[in-house]
Design a protein around this ligand. Structure first.
Ligand code: TXA
Ligand code: MG
Length: 345
């Protein structure tokens, strides 16, 4: 299959809409990461997403809408809880996904057999324009091969998906850089299943009490059932082995410099760059600037693979506050939960 390269002109947006309405796959930009979209109401189209990504069939997809009213219009949810109105008023359109009881029109392929559905109203104008051009809501996971870092540029998408999908619509770099925050409203207390740009603090302000699912920070015990199936897989990982160091700033520099040599890289902060020697060092941004680190994380993980000869990557365990929680969640999965605690040794 030849993958079409589309851009943001009206003609290309209509082409993307037509491919989607006919059951094809188009990668589209959103403010978080690129999504691999298909008609969410068409089970056969959605099945192609799983095949193209190599995604486990038990991992459900997010349904993207271009207006709040789409949820009722397309029978996507059984009912809209009061909390969803409050969240939507503050965070939609934007990087927040809300899980509700699923409506009659959602194929099993989308929800992976669960009785719930994840809904997001993205803020990116191109994402909205393509949804409107398609005339249907779009199911879209991140447009990467399953297990790889999510794509934040059309180049990343093509690296993984060229020849496997009908088209990619190039909208430049994604602003947030990490996937949306996922919150479920089907638990007694609303619960964050995946942290993102909308932080637990922001959610509490809108909703009151909010819980954070254990799987956000901790590794699920063998055989445990994940509230969000995506959280149980090793994810976001480059081919090199990522190891997180739990330590102060000086100890980080010392440890990495002592380990330096062929095959060693560091994902670090701007302030570290002049202090690290004989390692391939990629900065995620200024120390403590988790917005910048979120924006740069996936591109940096992919750049490490681009070097070709990196075996081990060291990074700091981020502080799990605010957007730092989202960076923490992605890095610890990229590391397969491998943390060296220098404070204990
Ligand atoms: O920012 C984003 O959310 C991007 C863009 C494209 O919108 N999409 C994205 O999709 O990250 P994906 O498939 O890579 O991640 C969706 C996550 C997975 O962890 C999945 O298990 C979870 O949401 N999820 C989807 N539906 C769910 C449901 N009904 N119940 C629990 N978790 C669900
Ligand atoms: Mg993904």
């Amino acid at each position: 299959m030849q993958t079409l390269h589309l851009t943001h002109n009206e003609n290309d947006i209509q082409t993307a809409g037509k491919i989607l309405s006919e059951g094809g796959l188009v990668a589209i930009p959103t403010e978080t990461v690129y999504g691999l979209a298909a008609n969410a109401l068409d089970g056969a189209a959605v099945a192609k997403i799983f095949a193209a990504k190599g995604r486990p069939m038990d991992n459900p997809l997010i349904v993207h809408i271009a207006d709040f009213s789409d949820m009722e219009r397309f029978s996507l949810v059984r009912e809209i809880p009061e909390a969803a109105y409050r969240l939507a008023a503050t965070f939609w359109p934007g990087p927040l996904t809300i899980i509700m009881k699923k409506g009659s029109a959602v194929p099993d392929a989308v929800s992976a057999g669960l009785d719930t559905v994840a809904i997001r109203f993205p803020a990116h104008p191109l994402a909205q324009a393509v949804i409107r051009a398609a005339g249907v809501p779009l199911a879209a996971p991140s447009a990467n091969l399953s297990g790889s870092p999510s794509p934040t540029s059309a180049k990343h998408v093509l690296h993984d998906m060229d020849g496997k999908i009908d088209a990619v619509l190039d909208g430049g770099l994604c602003a947030v850089g990490l996937e949306s925050t996922v919150i479920t409203l089907v638990t007694e207390v609303p619960r964050v299943l995946r942290p993102g740009g909308v932080t637990p603090e922001m959610l509490s302000e809108a909703l009151g009490e909010v819980e954070i699912d254990d799987a956000v920070i901790h590794q699920l015990p063998e055989g445990a059932k994940a509230a969000s199936p995506g959280m149980k897989y090793k994810h976001y990982a480059p081919k090199a082995n990522v190891i997180l160091l739990k330590c102060g700033d000086g100890d980080f520099i010392d440890y990495v410099n002592r380990s330096a040599g062929r095959g060693v890289a560091a994902l670090c902060c701007d302030e570290d760059l002049p202090l690290l020697h004989n390692v391939k060092a990629i900065s995620l941004g200024r120390r403590g600037d988790y917005g910048a680190q979120a924006h740069n994380l996936f591109d940096s993980l992919r750049r490490i693979d681009g070097y070709g000869d990196v075996v081990t990557v060291f990074s700091r365990l981020p502080s799990p506050d605010g957007v730092g929680l989202a960076v923490y969640n992605r890095l610890i999965r990229a590391a397969g939960f491998e943390v060296i605690d220098l404070e204990q040794s």
